[in-house]
Ligand binder design. Structure first.
Ligand SMILES: C[S@@+](CC[C@H](N)C(=O)[O-])C[C@H]1O[C@@H](n2cnc3c(N)ncnc32)[C@H](O)[C@@H]1O
Length: 200
């Protein structure tokens, strides 16, 4: 499997902080802080750096397709009870996760990959399990539009980023049989953090 993030992994979090300050970590942790966590499946958790701010014990599985990202994550999160795996989370034999963390991953997939990806996520959730999604939505202000376009250009070169605009998250998640229970908007809705459960 080609490591698409090998060139950016060493400075990924530094770059994110430089451009966004604490906004991305705030969005990622918004629905996770202040409650005990269940059995977690972290998909595409990157270098794991931002999860250090979360003080609760964490147990479950951390999957990364990028070996370089995974190496950083193992160092950053070595004190947690997480098990680390290199590869596609779909290869996990485990099911019945209480929570799946999907942070800035769906927007790295082609539309034709999103449906199967979300169906696999759903099959790994426990009956009352939840998906915690944080991602970029369409930029709102002119400055956001400029930054968003620059990010896409950068990641197309650095990590073979495949998209020109964000996916229609609501459509894909709804088609996968999921329903939104909470949403918090950041930066006028450019970044959103939401919680999804299986539609009853
Ligand atoms: C843009 S990075 C986001 C990293 C981190 N979640 C964050 O919030 O900064 C997306 C990551 O998802 C990983 N990824 C994409 N699809 C994956 C899959 N099916 N299984 C495991 N990792 C995946 C990529 O290797 C990449 O490191």
């Amino acid at each position: 499997m080609k490591d698409l993030y090998s060139s950016v992994a060493p400075f990924y979090s530094f770059l994110a902080k430089l451009v966004f300050g604490s906004s991305l970590v705030e969005a990622k942790l918004f629905h996770l802080e202040g409650r005990s966590l269940g059995k977690i499946l972290i998909i595409g958790g990157g270098d794991g750096f931002d999860y250090l701010d979360l003080k609760h014990p964490k147990y479950g599985e951390f999957w990364e397709k990028s070996e370089s990202m995974l190496l950083h994550a193992k160092k950053n999160l070595h004190e947690t009870g997480l098990s680390f795996y290199l590869g596609d989370f779909a290869d996990s034999a485990e099911v019945d996760f209480d929570e799946i963390w999907l942070h800035f991953v769906l927007d790295t997939l082609k539309d034709e990959e999103v449906t199967e990806f979300l169906e696999t996520c759903r099959s790994k959730l426990s009956e009352n399990g939840k998906i915690y999604l944080t991602d970029f939505y369409s930029p709102v202000t002119s400055k956001q539009k400029l930054i968003h376009k620059s990010m896409i250009r950068f990641f197309k070169v650095a990590a073979a980023y495949p998209r020109n605009k964000v996916p229609d998250y609501e459509k894909f998640l709804s088609e996968a049989g999921l329903i939104k229970t909470h949403e918090k908007k950041f930066k006028k809705g450019w970044i959103r953090s939401s919680v999804w459960k299986i539609r009853g």
